[in-house]
Design a protein around this ligand. Structure first.
Ligand code: ATP
Ligand code: ZN
Length: 744
């Protein structure tokens, strides 16, 4: 049993008291976390010692802002014109490696350097003194009365880690009252603790599993890569449920053993809890959790903890890549194929690709992990640029789910319904056996289109070229692009007819209604990002599914990845063709990844699983690959097609979207840009053409697409071109995306 030891948190002043080397120059270049690419030269008062990386406060116009010393000042600026650094801030400096990374990302993504710096300093503030707080630990004595909720709490608390009451309630998915009851009963005890640095005190050998031979071989290679410090890149490709997580945690353990830090990147918040729990069990303590809903205070603690080296493991979303790790030993990119790693706002970057860059700069191996790797990573592995490690079978002798293609042309659902008779029957049988089933439809809301049967009027977004999606639960029509929403009107706004508005097509809410009618006895849960809001409720819902408190799950892509639902044996895909009919060059790849992942949730427990995919095109290569479990053939065909079309990763793309409130303005500037494209450039410029979403948030959009050979420095080429291009009028927006993931 653990005893709650009172320790002192990380201390800023101690960090900044490290001996500073004086700089020869008395002026410094300072980069500010604002939307500017350029840095500024300031003079440095004699009593301030601020080597590169130091945080300083400087005047900018009438304001005082915090920035980071980037290097020696520009000697060309006359000394008399310089403003002076006001003071040095007591924050750990940004290391050379992270500063080089910021510069690299800015150059590659064409983002202002200040905008990239902004991500890197998001948690840079003093977390303040830690005051003791109360926590609960298990006493070891059994409670007077045992309930499932109480048992869960005591199982969670059995690791001896002191947790606040609310943290423990959340981790065990019970209400806070259960915790109070256990305290009153003497099974839990309240103690005073001062928080240790987050993610510290982790033990590399605590919850070590016995690895299979295939797992052990890969783990050994990854561990050697951690020790070698060569910054190599690895692709771990293993079918769903093959035990990839256990393998990469072994490599993370090696980073801990060698005194270094580890970063595990995930594409979305819904996945973090499962990984956090596994890391906690494996290493006997919680890692740092980093994403947009983490409180500012916790972020400050993690930021300073990574800088001091005390925070040993961070599990986070893409921006965790910019944390100031003191000695990064490994980066894991889990579900590396996921589009969630791409940030679509400035800086427009792909965290997987940038992780490879940071790994090189930090001399840390980068481990990309997926059951369905991106084509890019596959090709890099085939070409020997990445080391390829395969886990072709599920762990523990479990079999892959058997996939059945349900031809909707031969066996259609009744009119106005979406679940075909055969799928209905299979769900019924599954539930009758006391097993769990999942119906998957990657579409939020009730119906994707509403129209008036009297006059044909269709409800569209006033700001975007998109239909409004009915959300019956919220009684709204909503735009999924800009967030515009309006109440569902009682009558058609065009012809005033009442009772003639019709919902066209299904969303998950509609499938829920259909399922409730078909299976009235089943306990249903809908998992969709607009119904389950916030990391805590997602956690609770996923836990309910895991614990079999739900019989039938109806979900969007929120449920597809990385979850272990031991009782789930049947996955029904309502519309397998959704996503195939687009002009996106990655449509087939994405659909395959999504369907392989979601059907891969079936049969991970003791009983074998099945997947049923409703489709109108069972001979489509994606459907055949799913059915035959033949990813290799599918990838090979896709790779050939991409090579022929010179699409990524064989050729390189960049997209430039010009937007303006007035359509003609956008089009005119897009044309002017195209005309200024240098004829001698080693690239082809396509367009301008109206973007597929031609109106977005009230702005008309035209797109230019640049295609070049793999060897061309695309960011450099664009920078040179734009420097000579006509200046954009104030109303014009230009969104540049190197290596675009979205083509909308
Ligand atoms: N060596 C091992 N010893 C015991 N259990 C293991 C071992 N390896 C994997 N498992 C168990 O097998 C299941 C699947 O493993 P894991 O979640 O690591 O697979 P994965 O390949 O990461 O899955 P996915 O890609 O589908 O998310 C888990 O319940 C895990 O705990
Ligand atoms: Zn809209």
């Amino acid at each position: 049993m653990w005893i709650a030891i009172v320790t002192v948190g990380s201390d800023f002043l101690r960090l900044s008291a490290a001996p500073d080397l004086p700089m020869p120059a008395e002026s410094v270049e300072v980069l500010l976390p604002v939307a500017l690419d350029r840095s500024f030269t300031y003079s440095l008062p004699e009593d301030i010692i601020a080597p590169p990386g130091s945080f300083v406060e400087v005047p900018l116009g009438p304001r005082a802002v915090a920035g980071v010393v980037w290097g020696p000042g520009d000697p060309e600026v006359p000394a008399g014109k310089l403003k002076a650094v006001r003071q040095k801030l007591e924050l750990p400096p940004l290391g050379d490696e992270l500063r080089a990374f910021v510069d690299w990302v800015a150059r590659y993504t064409l983002a202002p350097r200040g905008m990239v710096l902004r991500i890197a300093v998001r948690g840079a503030r003093n977390p303040g003194d830690e005051t003791p707080r109360s926590a609960v630990i298990a006493t070891g004595s059994a409670p007077g009365r045992a309930t499932p909720a109480r048992t869960r709490v005591l199982a969670t608390a059995s690791d001896g880690v002191p947790r606040s009451k609310s943290d423990l309630a959340r981790a065990a998915a019970v209400s806070p009252g259960v915790i109070d009851g256990l305290v009153a009963d003497g099974a839990l005890r309240i103690v005073e603790v001062i928080a240790e640095p987050i993610g510290s005190g982790l033990q590399p050998d605590l919850g070590r599993p016995e690895l299979s031979e295939a797992q052990a071989d890969i783990a050994a290679l990854l561990q050697a890569a951690v020790r070698d410090r060569t910054g190599s890149t690895h692709l771990v490709e293993g079918v769903t449920g093959s035990g990839k997580t256990e393998v990469y945690l072994e490599a993370v353990a090696e980073a801990l053993r060698t005194g270094r830090q580890a970063l595990i990147l995930l594409p979305e918040i819904a996945l973090t809890q499962a990984v956090l729990d596994r890391v906690t069990r494996r290493f006997g303590g919680a890692p740092g959790e980093w994403h947009s809903t983490v409180s500012a205070k916790r972020r400050a603690r993690i930021w300073t903890g990574t800088a001091s080296g005390e925070t040993r493991i961070v599990v986070g979303a893409r921006s965790a890549l910019f944390l100031p790790f003191r000695d990064l030993g490994i980066i894991v990119v889990d579900e590396e194929h996921d589009a969630g790693f791409k940030q679509e706002d400035v800086p427009v970057y792909h965290a997987r690709d940038m992780a490879v860059v940071r790994g090189k700069l930090a001399e840390a191996p980068v481990v990309l992990v997926s059951a369905t790797p991106s084509l890019e990573s596959r090709v890099n592995a085939d070409a020997g640029r990445y080391r390829h490690h395969l886990l072709p079978e599920r762990f523990g002798g479990r079999t892959m789910p058997e996939i059945e293609l349900l031809d909707l042309r031969a066996d259609p659902p009744p009119p106005g319904r979406w679940i075909a008779p055969r799928l209905e029957e299979q769900v019924r049988d599954t539930l009758a056996r006391g097993e769990q089933a999942l119906l998957f439809l990657n579409r939020r809301g009730f119906a994707p289109l509403t129209l008036c049967r009297a006059c044909g009027h269709r409800f569209a977004c006033p700001n975007c070229s998109a239909w409004l999606v009915e959300h019956r639960f919220r009684r709204q029509l909503a735009c999924h692009h800009c967030g515009h929403h309006e109440p569902v009107p009682p009558a058609c706004p065009k012809c005033s007819t009442t009772d003639k508005l019709a919902a066209v097509g299904p969303g998950v809410e509609r499938i829920r209604d259909e399922a409730a009618a078909l299976f009235p006895e089943a306990r249903l849960a809908v998992l969709s990002s607009d119904l389950v809001i916030g990391a805590d409720s997602i956690r609770a819902e996923l836990k309910a599914v895991e614990d079999h408190a739900v019989d039938l799950v109806i979900g969007t892509q929120l449920v597809t990845k990385g979850h272990n639902f031991p009782h789930l044996t049947l996955v029904g895909v309502v519309d397998g063709d959704l996503g195939l009919g687009t002009s996106d060059p990655r449509a087939a790849e994405r659909t395959f990844q999504l369907l392989e992942q979601v059907t891969g949730r079936a049969g991970r427990g003791a009983i074998a699983g099945r997947g049923i995919v409703q489709t109108t095109d069972p001979l489509h290569p994606v459907m055949q690959a799913l059915k035959n479990h033949d990813a290799a053939a599918f990838y090979a065909a896709e790779i050939d097609a991409r090579a022929d079309a010179m699409l990524p990763p064989f050729g390189r793309l960049a997209s430039l979207v010009v937007s303006a409130p007035v359509r003609n303005d956008a089009e005119a500037y897009a044309r002017a840009l195209a005309q200024s494209f240098p004829a001698s450039a080693p690239a082809r410029l396509l367009g301008p053409a109206e973007a597929p979403i031609s109106l977005l948030r009230g702005r008309h959009r035209f797109r230019l697409l640049l295609r070049a050979d793999r060897t061309v420095d695309v960011p450099g080429l664009i920078r040179a071109w734009l420097a000579e291009a006509p200046r954009a009028p104030a109303s014009i927006g230009l969104h540049t995306d190197v290596d675009p993931v979205s083509f909308l």
